[in-house]
Design a protein around this ligand. Structure first.
Ligand code: DGY
Length: 319
């Protein structure tokens, strides 16, 4: 029987590509560039499955134009806001993602951003690196301590819980908002807030770990920033759409926020050029899951889903 043909539009890990080529006829975009909607539509006529990243957009328009040959989109990402799930379901296309395997890597980046923002890492690095460090004083570069502070987490799924576990090791007092309250063994002593406003009121540090949906777009806006304690620090490793970026800048200007740590932006790649002038914003280029182990695990998880589908089974991560 002919092997299924799959399209891999981005440069996945070597181990992933090796395993993919052992099982499938692969069309690999070795140049690793972004694909336009027309290119995605054209490829759908010659492949049975695709392993896209969050950078390939399956909008309602693209979904409507996909060729019936395409059977499965096995995402190499946990987030699926780049896929119009109902439009793809209407076309009978299976969609999977890669949960679990990137939780620790993403939580590590959230910790890096939180500490870097709290302790003014960009400002300090700049001073030393540029040779401008010519003074030391007890009042110099004083930051915000995380130990003993209250950490609010919005979205206590796998990544939120992995971050809470790491923050607990730093002696933080964990609070969270989630659509449903966790069981005590998952809560691990964290305080549940049934509404976001109450959570924001106690969040000296706030970290976002919920998906981007129409309901959560602009979740952090002028009003919600205003509910935080003065001098709060906000961390986002989830999706840029969760934050109203002009409102974040305003909150930094008026002192509501003392700093922010961002791995995600409204516009990617590129980010927000207006942020560049602010050393109180510690920024990374959407690399939450970018470790060797995690990239392999994401690729393998996407392949596990494809393997199950083409073996006539239900993929473990079918959405
Ligand atoms: C994810 O998996 O959603 C990460 O943001 C990387 O794509």
């Amino acid at each position: 029987m002919a092997r299924p043909v799959i399209w891999i539009p981005r440069r996945l890990s070597d181990a992933t590509l090796k395993r993919a080529e052992a099982s499938y006829e692969c069309i690999i975009n070795w140049e690793d560039g972004l694909s336009t909607a027309d290119e995605i539509v054209a490829m759908s006529a010659v492949v049975d499955g695709i392993i896209p990243c969050h950078s390939e957009l399956f909008t309602a328009d693209v979904a409507a134009r996909l060729d019936p040959r395409l059977k499965i989109i096995a995402n190499h990402s946990v987030g699926v806001d780049h896929c119009d799930l109902s439009a793809l379901a209407a076309r009978g296309i299976a969609v999977t993602n890669t949960p679990d395997v990137l939780s620790d890597a993403t939580a590590e980046i959230a910790m890096l951003l939180m500490l870097g923002a709290a302790r003014r890492a960009i400002e300090g690095d700049h001073l030393v690196r540029t040779g401008a460090w010519n003074v030391w004083s007890p009042s110099f570069m004083v930051g915000k301590q995380v130990t003993g502070a209250r950490l609010g987490i919005i979205g206590m799924g796998r990544v939120g819980r992995a971050f809470a576990a790491k923050a607990r090791g730093f002696g933080m007092d964990i609070h969270y908002f989630n659509r449903t309250r966790l069981s005590a063994d998952l809560e691990q002593g964290a305080t549940f807030h049934s509404d976001i406003e109450n959570l924001l009121n106690v969040s000296d540090f706030l970290s976002l770990h919920c998906p981007a949906t129409p309901d959560t777009t602009g979740l952090m806006n002028a009003e919600s920033f205003g509910m935080l304690p003065d001098g709060a620090v906000v961390v986002n490793t989830a999706r840029g759409a969760l934050i109203d970026e002009p409102a974040l800048l305003a909150a930094l200007h008026n002192g509501k926020l003392s700093a922010a740590g961002l791995d995600c932006f409204s516009s990617e790649p590129g980010g927000n050029p207006e942020f560049a002038a602010h050393q109180s914003i510690f920024m990374l280029p959407h690399i939450g899951s970018a470790t060797v182990q995690t990239r392999d695990a994401m690729g393998f998880r996407a392949l596990d889903n494809l393997d199950a589908y083409f073996a006539g089974k239900t993929p473990g991560d079918l959405l």
